[in-house]
Design a protein around this ligand. Structure first.
Ligand code: ADP
Ligand code: MG
Length: 233
C-alpha cells in the first residue's frame, strides 16, 4: 500500500516539558516499496512509524494510506486499520515465553481475517523445523524470525520495522534485513525499516533521513544492489 504523509506534527507533553517529535514531516512511499529511515536518536523515527501504524496519533497534517486518511478515525476504526493492514517488528522480539514458536505465530494469525498458511510462513522465515521450540531455546536472530513470522502471517499490506536488528550481532542483523527484503519481493509488502545499518540503503528503493523531527533528505535508488552484493560497512 502507498503511504502519503503531509506536514505531520506530533508534540509530546510530559509535565513542564514539551517535545516536538515531528515537525511538518512529509513523505511519499509508493506501493510495494522497501524504504529505510535513517537518523540520530531522538530525531522522530519511531514516532513517525507509530503514527503511520496507528499505535499513536498525530496532531496536525495528514496521513493517507491506500487513499484513505487516518484523520479523525475513531479508536475502533484505527484498531481495525491496524489489524487489517499493519505488521510491526521491534528491536525486542516480544515473544510470549510460555508459547512455542508455532503458538506465538498463531497469535498473529488470529488477529487476521485473511491469514497466510502457518507452514508456509514458518518456512519462509526458516523456522519450520523449530516450530515446537520455546523462545528461550532460540538465538536472538531466530526469535526475531519468529516475530517476523507473527507479523507476516497476518498478510499485512505494510510492515513497519523499528530497529529490527538493534539487538543482534552484525551478521545476524544482515540476514534479518535480507529476509525483510525477501518479504518485500515475495509478497509485495510495503516495508519501512528504521535501522542504523547503512548497508540497507543499497537494496532499498528509497532512503529517508530524519533530523530533529523533520525529513531532511529523501533519496530514490535508481538501481538496487542485490542483497548478496551489498557492502554493509
Ligand atoms: P527516534 O526513534 O528517532 O530515536 P523518537 O520518535 O522515539 O525518536 O523520539 C522523538 C522525540 O520525542 C525524542 O525527543 C523523545 O524523547 C520524544 N518522545 C518520544 N516518545 C515520547 C513519549 N511517549 N513521551 C514523551 N516524549 C516522547
Ligand atoms: Mg526510535
Amino acid at each position: 500500500m502507498a503511504i502519503f504523509a503531509e506536514k505531520v506534527t506530533k508534540t509530546y507533553q510530559s509535565g513542564e516539558v514539551t517535545v516536538k517529535a515531528l515537525r511538518e514531516a512529509s513523505l511519499t512511499v509508493p506501493d510495494k516499496k522497501i524504504v529505510t529511515i535513517l537518523g540520530p536518536s531522538g530525531s522522530g523515527k519511531s514516532t513517525l512509524l507509530n503514527v503511520i501504524g496507528g499505535i499513536d496519533r498525530y496532531d496536525e497534517g495528514q496521513i493517507v494510506v491506500d487513499g484513505r486518511t487516518l484523520d479523525g478515525l475513531k479508536d475502533k476504526q484505527l484498531t481495525e486499520y491496524r489489524r487489517k493492514n499493519i505488521g510491526f517488528i521491534f528491536q525486542q522480539y516480544n515473544l510470549i515465553p510460555t508459547l512455542t514458536v508455532e503458538e506465538n505465530v498463531e497469535v498473529g494469525r488470529e488477529l487476521s481475517s485473511n491469514p497466510l498458511p502457518m507452514e508456509d510462513t514458518l518456512k519462509k522465515v526458516g523456522m519450520l523445523d523449530k516450530k515446537d521450540k520455546f523462545p528461550f531455546q532460540l538465538s536472538g536472530g531466530e526469535q526475531q524470525r519468529v516475530a517476523i513470522a507473527r507479523a507476516l502471517i497476518k498478510n499485512p499490506n505494510i510492515l513497519l520495522c523499528d530497529e529490527p536488528t538493534g539487538a543482534l550481532d552484525e551478521d545476524t542483523g544482515k540476514n534479518i534485513l535480507k529476509l525483510l527484503k525477501y518479504v518485500n519481493e515475495t509478497y509485495g509488502t510495503t516495508v519501512l525499516i528504521i535501522t542504523h545499518n547503512q548497508g540497507i540503503g543499497e537494496m532499498a528503493h528509497q532512503v529517508i533521513r530524519m533530523s530533529s523531527g523533520e525529513i531532511v533528505e529523501t533519496y530514490e535508488n535508481e538501481t538496487l544492489v542485490d542483497p548478496e552484493q551489498v557492502t554493509w560497512s
